[in-house]
Design a protein around this ligand. Structure first.
Ligand code: SF4
Ligand code: SF4
Length: 355
């Protein structure tokens, strides 16, 4: 297989303080402009990670200071900027819910500070080949991916590559979970989707990331790093290397990358793997089906924490959850272990447990 040479800019950064972030990002921003070949008046779509309502300290979403630094550079060069996303959630995400998430994650403050920056809620799709993606995506000249460094209970890691799944409108995201119930097939889909969309440039916010059961139920963890590259797979490979995660366990990765690192490397930080991480990579490569249904944890309802709101039922792509007398019941014959209920319900009433 032909090797692909990818350059990754790396910068240490200790905190989300505007001046410090700006200084740390100097080479990444320079590289962003060199690689993106912007033309005056270009319309830029920024795809952050705004998965759900979460505090900035939780390490769930792209920090607004990172977005601000990039946006100031783009606006200063006469470019038009739109921030767009489809947060995780139910089949019927509304604009109101989207705006609440944007408020909680600092995105609304950015649009107030920079009034020319637009906000787009991705709720309608169009088919392109085998993918259904944001209907207006091709109205933009360049796509800029500004992701968060996190572990992921389904795909092992969530960085630049997985972030692009947010360019699929909400309802269709759940359909894809149902269509590709096995981890390997879903990861392959994510890899192909990223290749299809191919953002112009990828920045990874890893000052504070998430370890354990990410992308929303893990614990925040300091890694003190910012990464940038026009190759999203290379960004994720470097991020996993710096956090002691094993990229062989992340099934959407490519194995033909030759990475050239440039910059100021922070010291390594060891991130905890998600509970679903494969134990023996090579064995599981061949036993994916058996592993999936015999060894992976199942979602369980802790009734004393449950308020019977029904969110988990609306989220489940397989309709495996029914609310009976105000209590969710999971049909494990239907459950594909996508963990959307656990990840996105926003309650403490769902846990994962190995049978
Ligand atoms: S498990 Fe959570 S999301 Fe589901 S009904 Fe109970 S509180 Fe709501
Ligand atoms: S019950 Fe939860 S883990 Fe199982 S298919 Fe539904 S959303 Fe996915």
């Amino acid at each position: 297989m032909n090797k692909i040479i990818a350059e990754v800019k790396v910068a240490s950064c200790q905190q989300y303080e505007k001046q410090e972030v700006e200084k740390s990002m100097t080479n990444i921003i320079k590289d962003l402009f060199q690689k993106s070949k912007f033309e005056k008046g270009d319309r830029i779509l920024i795809k952050p990670n705004i998965l759900r309502k979460a505090s900035l300290q939780s390490g769930t979403t792209t920090h607004p200071v990172i977005l601000e630094c990039v946006i100031e550079a783009l606006l200063g060069s006469g470019l038009e900027v739109t921030i767009a996303d489809s947060p995780g959630g139910s089949k019927s995400n509304t604009l109101t819910e989207f705006l609440e998430i944007c408020e909680a994650t600092g995105i609304v403050d950015i649009t107030k500070k920079y009034p020319s920056v637009k906000l787009a809620f991705i709720n309608a799709g169009i088919r392109e080949g085998k993918f259904i993606i944001y209907r207006n995506l091709r109205d933009y000249d360049k796509i800029l991916n500004i992701a968060k460094l996190k572990t992921h209970i389904l795909t092992y890691f969530s960085g630049a590559v997985k972030n692009i799944f947010g360019l699929v409108p909400g309802k269709h995201k759940l359909d894809y979970h149902a269509k590709f119930p096995q981890r390997r097939a879903f990861s392959k889909f994510i890899m192909e989707l990223f290749d299809h969309i191919t953002p112009t440039y990828n920045i990874l916010d890893g000052i504070i990331g998430m370890e354990g059961d990410g992308p929303s139920k893990g614990s925040s963890k300091y890694a003190g790093v910012l990464l940038g590259s026009n190759n999203g797979f290379a960004v994720d490979e470097v991020a996993m290397g710096l956090t002691g995660l094993n990229s062989l366990k992340c099934l959407y990765m490519k194995d033909n990358l030759e990475i050239k690192l440039e910059g100021d490397l922070p010291s390594k930080t060891k991130f905890k793997e998600p509970i679903t991480a494969m134990r023996g990579v090579n064995l599981c490569y061949y036993l994916e089906n058996i592993e999936r249904f015999n060894n992976l944890p199942i979602p369980l309802i802790k009734e004393n924490y449950c308020v019977g709101c029904g969110t988990c039922m609306k989220i489940c792509p397989e309709s495996a959850i029914q609310i009976i007398k105000n209590v969710p019941r999971i049909d494990y014959d239907k459950c594909i272990k996508c963990y959307c209920c656990y990840e996105l319900s926003g309650c403490k009433a769902i846990e994962l447990r190995v049978k």
